[in-house]
Write a protein that binds this ligand. Structure first.
Ligand SMILES: Nc1nc2c(ncn2[C@@H]2O[C@H](COP(=O)(O)OP(=O)(O)OP(=O)(O)O)[C@@H](O)[C@H]2O)c(=O)[nH]1
Length: 214
């Protein structure tokens, strides 16, 4: 049983041990952003399909689920991370080593800011530049999420600013709060992340067929 199960209303736990994962059939996604923007909440909502107010702050936790893509069973792994912050008086970010490791590890990225916190939005560009240094030459599947979209009265970041930033980062954009919308947007946007993986799956299938048929 999970170490967290006793104390909290709902805590996602890995569906199966990570040792069972075939490394060729993994999609690895990391969720990144500033402090308190709702990264953990978002991961919990996405994976459990529930909107909840009480959950373990599982910063750094790795979750896994099985999904089917093009008839192939794939393990989707989602990594929650500690927050990233801006260094004082500069446009640089400071992030823990764990974040760098996650960036190296991941195939796709979910950047989260809160629409109620302009500073969390400001973190995103330098974060992307940081990511670019680690993955200089690859197309980066990315979803930008403007979270806490239920708190419209406290809005500090306009919808258009989110959209513009997503375009700049060549990613998709979603402002989310309601579960259905989150699921729809996440699913749609996840397709971006998954597309490159699907191609890989097709290549695997193709090479398997070629070797089978000589
Ligand atoms: N109103 C509202 N509150 C939210 C939403 N998502 C998260 N929260 C709240 O925001 C707070 C921070 O959420 P977390 O998921 O812990 O945020 P985090 O980004 O993981 O935080 P760090 O651990 O600092 O990195 C919690 O009190 C959540 O309940 C949302 O969509 N709407």
């Amino acid at each position: 049983m999970s170490q967290y199960s006793h104390n909290y209303l709902l805590v996602p736990i890995p569906e199966y041990p990570l040792v069972d994962c075939d490394p060729n059939r993994n999609i690895k996604i990391v969720v990144l952003g500033g402090s308190g923007v709702g990264k953990t909440a978002l991961v919990v909502r996405f994976l459990t399909k529930r909107f909840i107010g009480d959950y373990e702050a599982n910063t750094g936790a790795l979750y896994s689920r099985k999904v089917t893509i093009d008839g192939e069973q794939i393990s989707l792994q989602v990594q929650d991370t500690p927050f990233v912050s801006m260094e004082d008086e500069t446009d640089n970010i400071s992030c823990q080593e764990q974040i760098n490791r996650s960036i190296y590890w991941a195939d796709g990225f979910v950047f989260v800011y809160s629409i109620t916190d302009y500073n969390s939005y400001r973190v995103i560009r330098p974060l992307f530049q940081h990511l670019r240094k680690i993955h200089p030459n690859t197309k980066i599947p990315l979803l930008l999420v403007g979270n806490k979209a239920d708190l419209l009265r406290a809005r500090q970041v306009d919808f258009d600013e989110g959209l513009q930033l997503a375009n700049e980062l060549t990613g998709s954009y979603a402002e989310v709060f309601k579960r259905r919308k989150l699921m729809r947007k996440m699913t749609l946007c996840l397709n971006n992340i998954v597309t490159s993986y699907s191609l890989k799956v097709k290549q695997i299938k193709l090479s398997r067929n070629i070797s089978k048929n000589g």
